[in-house]
Design a protein around this ligand. Structure first.
Ligand code: SAH
Length: 225
């Protein structure tokens, strides 16, 4: 899968995703992350991409033209019908189901806003999906874009190793994952649950499922509805 990110801060995206599982997926050519700096399309000798909002009020707004030109620069590289996701607190709340849906795409373009946001006219013209990372406001779309890329990428076959499977992970069946333990057997007088040492895989599976249900009831009863 190829991600194309339209952003004013390409170094944030590049630095934020160059670790561990995602870094390995990039070196194995399973995914690529291509940043396009909106500022390169400012068309302004001072490289400005923002301007005052019509109607007044606080903050600055990213102009439509640089975003549109940055989009056009990558449009020819992506397949027909590629979705363009605008990260915005006004979008559809992101969740694991949405990540699964996007993990089937070949190319995805992500647009990150900044300041007060982006001129509505370019959003109307090029955006196919609006995604929110939650009911809070961040200063830019870069952190949401990184969260999106990370969660979508780990669902692509080959990105996680066998030992890092996502099959039983939280939200996969609308359940939270069971608790996890590793060595030592006793930590601060707390022993590991006996069943996990039993070697009885059927009992272990049963225990894990019960724990999943219990935690979901306790921590996220809304998921069970
Ligand atoms: N004035 C806007 C918020 C702008 S925040 C409003 O009230 O709706 C600046 C940028 O940060 C946005 O353009 C968006 O790209 C990003 N952003 C902020 N919060 C976000 C969230 N919860 N989810 C996704 N993107 C977000």
């Amino acid at each position: 899968m190829n991600f194309y990110v339209l952003t004013l801060f390409p170094e944030a995206i590049a630095g934020g995703l160059n670790h561990s599982i995602i870094k390995r997926a990039i070196s194995n050519n399973i995914i690529s992350i291509n940043c396009v700096d909106i500022r390169d399309f400012s068309g302004d000798k001072h490289n400005r991409v923002d301007d005052y909002p019509y109607g007044g009020g606080a903050g600055m707004v990213i102009r439509a033209a640089p975003v549109y030109d940055a989009y056009n620069a990558i449009k020819k590289k992506v397949s027909e019908g590629t979705r363009l996701v605008y990260m915005t607190p006004q979008g559809k709340p992101f969740n694991q189901k949405t990540a699964e849906e996007f993990s089937k795409e070949k190319d995805i373009i992500i647009l990150c806003g900044h300041y007060e946001g982006i001129d509505e006219r370019v959003i109307e013209t090029i955006v196919t999906d609006e995604i929110s990372m939650g009911d809070f406001v961040l200063s830019g779309g870069e952190i949401p874009a990184m969260a999106f890329i990370d969660s979508v990428s780990r669902l692509i076959p080959g990105v996680l190793g066998k030992e890092e499977s996502f099959i039983n992970e939280s939200f996969s069946d609308n359940l939270l994952e069971h608790p996890q333990y590793t060595r030592p057997r006793v930590f601060m007088d707390k022993p590991v649950p006996e069943v996990l040492l039993s070697g009885n895989h059927k009992e272990i599976e049963k225990w894990r499922h019960e724990q999943s249900l219990r935690r979901t009831k306790e921590k996220r009863p809304d998921l069970l509805k």
